[in-house]
Design a protein around this ligand. Structure first.
Ligand code: HEC
Ligand code: HEC
Ligand code: HEC
Ligand code: HEC
Ligand code: HEC
Length: 397
């Protein structure tokens, strides 16, 4: 009898001990979020004087800003088919959304911490302020202009019907860099590598021109009709110019100066036909291409005779090379740094008389066909644009 009682007490004691240990472990092991990109911008209240945080609402008064922003990739940062495809993969952790829909109001869940610090084990709570319409807008006006329930602007004008505060330090290139520079190996096969901010800081434009002076052209105009002209900035955020949807018009910025060499129009048999194109990163304040490591340029030469037979081809590439398995690793990078120039040469020895055509084509790619297929992107997702396309007639006599 006494023995049974003893055994029972021991069992109860052990269970209680296990319970205490278990609880301590699970409490201790929820670790807080540390990196800036792991955190959303806290839920915002609608600034005083407005009825919604949505870009559409801002656009009722700020019509031009709205129409410009609508064409930007920022407006498509959530609906982007490539982003949605990548987000659905199990390898994509919770924080993928924090630069694409940065406001907590745009996110279904509030992340309170990580179990064991594991990015694949976020502790989630339903967000009572989740707004699905806001989510569709990606990086919207409020992402850059609303903090502490107030509109942040460059002057803090008293003319606005909404709560407004001046903060030019906040609306500086630092805002851009907070998303456009992230270098982290998240898991062995998943690496983030956007170094646009660092490329700019270490380049010749630092303290001369910044993200805003190049990507948001200044202009005098009314920012709300009837309020009179003031200094303003265009909100297209134009970049590489490869559209996200073939139905939406895009603004383009050109980083490259492209200089083809002169070509004689008449050659003799056994002459070497030599053609060179000089490509210079002339206008960008960072590498070209920059940002997503999957971007690249193709420089292709093709020589044909007058029957259309291809006599010779040559293709070169500007971009990064990565190996993703078993470990994410950059193998090579020949992106053009600011002001860097490179020569691409095609040569061919003419062996026969006749009329030849040299086709020179330079294309700018968002990602290659294999990655697009792997992500099941349909044919109407634009993968590249052509930035140079010329034909040269050559006579071999
Ligand atoms: C009911 C009309 C209206 C709506 C809606 C509205 N604004 Fe404004 N906003 C104004 C007016 C008027 C001004 C001042 C115009 C001027 O300075 O010429 C202004 C000024 C601004 C400024 C400049 C502030 C500064 O410091 O110079 C910013 C930025 C701004 N609004 C952003 C927004 C955003 C973002 C939204 C949506 C969340 C929004 N506005 C919605 C009317 C509106
Ligand atoms: C909240 C994060 C965030 C902020 C802040 C931000 N961006 Fe972006 N930006 C992005 C994301 C994400 C994309 C890509 C969206 C996509 O492709 O789906 C992007 C795309 C762009 C592009 C277009 C790239 C292309 O070729 O398609 C340019 C240019 C750009 N941003 C410039 C800027 C500038 C200038 C600023 C500062 C005024 C800025 N961004 C602030 C996240 C941000
Ligand atoms: C001196 C002007 C200049 C400055 C400064 C500048 N950019 Fe650019 N940026 C360009 C040009 C031009 C392009 C177009 C490059 C191309 O595709 O030919 C570009 C392209 C981009 C792209 C598209 C990606 C790509 O591969 O084409 C992004 C994103 C971008 N810039 C972000 C930024 C950010 C963020 C900053 C600040 C850290 C910045 N830029 C500073 C001129 C500039
Ligand atoms: C990626 C960040 C970003 C987004 C998105 C954005 N803005 Fe801006 N906005 C800025 C910056 C930066 C400035 C300029 C600050 C300066 O000139 O010093 C600015 C300036 C303004 C101004 C002041 C007048 C002017 O044109 O300079 C208004 C008004 C404004 N934005 C409205 C909007 C509206 C409306 C939207 C959405 C349709 C929007 N912004 C989206 C970054 C952004
Ligand atoms: C630190 C902010 C940040 C985080 C976190 C982030 N992104 Fe992005 N993402 C960007 C920026 C900035 C761009 C635009 C880069 C450019 O155009 O140069 C972008 C562009 C993209 C694009 C479009 C690429 C293209 O060439 O148009 C995809 C797809 C994407 N991100 C997927 C993801 C996935 C998946 C994750 C999570 C693993 C993620 N992003 C996390 C900032 C971020």
């Amino acid at each position: 009898m006494r023995n049974k009682f003893l055994i029972l007490s021991i069992i109860i004691f052990v269970l209680a001990l296990l319970y205490v240990i278990y609880n301590n472990i699970s409490e201790e092991n929820i670790l807080p979020l540390t990196n800036s990109w792991e955190k959303a911008i806290p839920n915002q209240e609608i600034p005083q004087g407005l009825s919604s945080l949505s870009a559409k609402q801002c656009g009722v008064c700020h019509q031009q800003h709205y129409n410009e922003w609508k064409l930007s990739t920022h407006a498509h940062a959530w609906t982007d088919l490539q982003f949605q495809a990548e987000l659905k993969k199990e390898s994509s952790p919770f924080m993928c959304i924090n630069c694409h829909i940065p406001l907590q109001n745009q996110q279904e869940h509030i992340i309170e911490g990580l179990i064991d610090g594991d990015i694949y084990k976020p502790v989630k709570k339903i967000n009572p302020n989740f707004d699905k319409e806001l989510q569709q807008e990606g990086i919207n006006c409020a992402s850059c202009h609303v903090r502490n329930n107030t509109i942040i602007g460059p002057t803090g004008t008293k003319k606005a019907p909404h709560a407004t505060i001046k903060n030019s330090a906040f609306l500086s290139e630092q805002l851009c860099i907070s998303c456009h520079n992230a270098v982290a190996v998240i898991t062995p096969t998943l690496a983030c590598s956007f170094e646009t901010g660092d490329e700019w800081k270490s380049g010749p434009y630092f303290e001369k021109k910044n993200c805003i002076s190049c990507h948001m052209e200044s202009i005098n105009r009314e920012i709300v009709s009837g309020y009179g002209e003031r200094s303003s900035r265009l909100h297209y955020f134009a970049g590489s110019g490869i559209p996200k949807f073939d139905t939406v018009e895009t603004k383009i910025m050109n980083g490259l100066g492209i200089y083809p060499s002169a070509l004689k129009s008449i050659y003799s048999k056994m002459d070497s036909i030599i053609f060179t194109v000089k490509i210079k990163n002339e206008f960008a304040g960072h590498n070209v291409p920059t940002g997503d490591p999957e971007r690249f340029f193709n420089i292709s030469f093709q020589l044909k005779n007058n029957n259309g037979t291809i006599l010779s081809t040559k293709t070169s590439r500007i971009g990064e090379h990565w190996e993703w398995y078993p470990e994410a690793k950059k193998l090579a990078d020949n992106n053009l740094t600011p002001n860097e120039e490179r020569l691409f040469t095609f040569s061919y020895q003419a062996i026969k008389k006749g009329s030849l055509t040299l086709l020179v084509k330079i294309t700018k790619h968002r990602l290659n066909k294999e990655s697009a297929d792997y992500n099941n992107l349909k044919d109407n997702y634009p993968l590249f644009i052509t930035v140079f396309d010329e034909e040269y007639a050559i006579e071999v006599k």
